[in-house]
Design a protein around this ligand. Structure first.
Ligand SMILES: Nc1ncnc2c1ncn2[C@@H]1O[C@H](COP(=O)(O)OP(=O)(O)O)[C@@H](O)[C@H]1O
Ligand SMILES: [Mg+2]
Length: 644
């Protein structure tokens, strides 16, 4: 049994329907330790045959048999492994990866072996020493001569210690001195017991080997042994695997570094979209926070004012709240207490210091008024009244606070049972001043009730303040429950008034507006995605040769795909990080301005917003990479390698 056998290999190319038979039935067998030169005219099918032996081309008839086993039915993965373990490729035009150093070029092949990082490093150095390039390890390919480049290619081909080296016109691009040196090197390698198959159209080059096979017109026409073969090698091939994700990540970084300016621009462009989304979300949090802060600092959000809805649309008649309403409202979940209240529109006067003021509106004191909005003094008790700062200034513009604890007289005109106007009055102590936003005052409900009783009038509550315990989040469900009670005509029995009721509606609108703005900002993400797609397509076409090289070295289609996903991952990651940093810088600036003006942080980017930005960015980049990565994986390695 021969080490490698070719049985009746036939291969045709088709141009339209026309068939060009390039190989017409090749039968050959090779042993380890042989240095075989395949000699033939240009266009005679030598490269075609080498690609079949090397496992880059599976589209032929006949069989390639390695150690008695045909490759015919091998899967793609097995063919990848065959190229990694058994075959080392050397090309006429060297096929080094130009953005990697000499050592990194050798390490790419070593990364697919099971050697540790340290062992890989040592072996790369050893191999480069063996081909006489130890001092040039950190140079780039374009800093070397042709002969030196071919030595690098030989070192790389030897990385996984393969049994077969395939060299397609390895000296075709070299002068005679370098040709001599490369042939000597190949001869030394053959002497170590490997099978070397070189292709040439030069008789002089062919004479270097142990055997010459002449190919003409698609057939073997001559097979001559010049010297006996060398002793077969005893060192085993190495175990290998395809390029791992860590390696593709590293290679993606190398490539991004190589195209640094372009990649920085792309990252910058992609960051704009992510940045706008994060900004919008952060600004939304801030604005919502600010508005709530403004409202809640005046009004207690846990207090809800409830009135009874009119019986029908045209009715002006006030619907008073009775005990059964109070009982019903008290039974709603999380309701702590229900406080009676009333208001008067017109017919209210206040006398103080021989001056009098008419109040357009007056309401009884209730828990919607926050302690914080009482600027001086305290909430009114029975027999007391809280007055607005506006009213205090009307009486004493220079020293409004001098009214504290002074007596004022309150007059309220109302109707008796016979609809005749009746005025009730009472002298009350000023308990304090509050920011109530208008010319008004607030006695307690009980005080009002006592005032009415002096004229035998019965005060009935026209509204109540429902106090909801615990978190503000308990308010909305309680409000919903209150609104769900229906009257006989199936309309809501109660209506909720006061600012408290609109806070949640307001928040809903702010959230909606912010989301809409964030979506609009998100449209720029679409632009980013398209940009990334274009760049990756360019990257694929620029790196076609590299892809061919990696495939020849035994990297799987999946690894090639990962290479571009890795690049996309970094674009996504870096643009998100960039966007986040800028967003926080702008937040710092905006908030220091806002603190000076409105004493509030108007931008509040949350960790959730940051995470959203990061995930969206990476997701979009990976999504954008789908088509380019697939294109790269599907490239035909032979075509890719022949690309200039
Ligand atoms: N992909 C291809 N499609 C069509 N014809 C091809 C292709 N590759 C090679 N050929 C043709 O097959 C013949 C053999 O090519 P090749 O094996 O490269 O020859 P050699 O390496 O001996 O110069 C040539 O006529 C060439 O034009
Ligand atoms: Mg050729």
């Amino acid at each position: 049994m021969s080490y490698l056998e070719l049985k009746n290999i036939k291969k045709s190319y088709f141009l339209g329907k026309e068939e060009f038979e390039v190989l017409k039935g090749i039968n050959l067998s090779f042993e380890e330790g042989e240095f075989v030169s395949i000699l033939g005219e240009s266009g005679g099918g030598k490269s075609t045959l080498m690609n079949i032996i090397g496992g880059l081309d599976s589209n032929y008839s006949g069989e390639v048999i390695l150690k008695g086993k045909s490759l015919k039915n091998d899967t793609n993965k097995q063919m990848d492994a065959y190229r990694r373990k058994t075959i080392g490729f050397i090309f006429q035009n060297f096929n080094l990866i130009s953005h990697l150093t000499i050592k990194q070029n050798v390490l790419v092949a070593l990364e697919m072996t099971n050697l540790s990082k340290k062992e890989q490093d040592n072996r790369a150095t050893e191999l480069l020493e063996k081909v006489g390039l130890k001092e040039h390890m950190n140079k780039y390919p374009n800093q070397l001569s042709g002969g030196q480049k071919q030595r690098v290619a030989i070192a790389r081909a030897l990385a996984a210690n393969p049994e077969i080296l395939i060299a397609d016109e390895p000296t075709g691009a070299l002068d005679s001195k370098n040709t001599e040196e490369i042939l000597q090197l190949l001869n030394e390698i053959a002497a170590e017991g490997k099978l070397i198959i070189t292709v040439t159209h030069s008789q002089h080059v062919a004479d270097y080997g142990t055997r010459i096979v002449r190919l003409a017109d698609g057939n073997i026409v001559e097979d001559i042994r010049l010297k006996p073969a060398y002793q077969p090698s005893t060192t085993p091939e190495m175990d290998t695997h395809t390029l791992r994700f860590g390696a593709t990540l590293k290679m993606a970084l190398e490539n991004m570094k190589y195209n640094l300016k372009r990649n920085l621009l792309i990252i910058f462009g992609a960051a704009i979209g992510i940045f706008s989304v994060i900004m919008m979300l952060g600004l939304g949090n801030g604005v919502k926070g600010y508005i709530n802060h403004e409202i809640y600092s005046q009004i207690n959000p846990n207090a809800v004012q409830v009135a009874k809805a009119a019986k029908n649309k045209n009715s002006q008649e006030i619907q008073y709240i009775n005990q059964s309403d109070i009982d019903r409202l008290s039974s709603v979940k999380n309701v702590d207490s229900v406080q009676k209240g009333t208001f008067a529109q017109g017919g209210v006067q206040v006398h103080y210091n021989k001056k009098s003021q008419t109040l357009p509106i007056m309401q009884t004191y209730n828990s919607t008024i926050k302690q914080k909005s009482i600027k001086k003094g305290a909430a009114p008790k029975d027999g007391e009244i809280l007055i607005s700062t506006t009213l205090a200034k009307k009486f004493n513009a220079k020293h409004p606070n001098s009214m504290l604890n002074k007596k004022i007289k309150l007059f309220v005109t109302t109707m008796d049972k016979n609809k005749k106007p009746v005025t009730v009055s009472k002298t009350l102590k000023v308990s304090g001043f509050a920011e109530l936003g208008s010319l008004t005052a607030m006695p307690t409900y009980d005080t009002m009730e006592q005032m009415y009783q002096t004229k035998n009038l019965d005060l009935k509550p026209s509204l109540v303040t429902v106090n909801i315990k615990g978190n503000v989040q308990n308010v909305q469900p309680a409000q919903d429950k209150i609104k769900s009670y229906k009257n006989d005509s199936n309309k809501s029995l109660y209506q909720i008034t006061g600012v408290g009721s609109i806070v949640s509606t307001l928040n809903t609108y702010i959230t909606l507006a912010v989301d809409v703005l964030a979506v609009i900002a998100g449209i720029s993400l679409l632009v980013s995605a398209i940009m990334i797609i274009v760049v990756l397509y360019i990257s694929v076409s620029e790196r076609t040769k590299e892809i061919g090289i990696l495939r020849a070295l035994g990297a799987s289609k999946g690894s090639i795909r990962n290479l571009f996903f890795s690049e996309a991952f970094f674009i996504g990651l870096f643009s998100a990080v960039f966007a986040i940093v800028i967003a926080f810088l702008i937040q710092m600036g905006a908030n220091s301005l806002a603190q000076a003006g409105i004493h509030y942080d108007i931008m509040q980017i949350s960790m959730g917003n940051v995470l959203t930005g990061l995930l969206v960015s990476i997701f979009i980049s990976l999504f954008a990479a789908l088509a380019p990565a697939n294109k790269a994986a599907k490239l035909d390695p032979i075509e890719s390698l022949s690309r200039e």
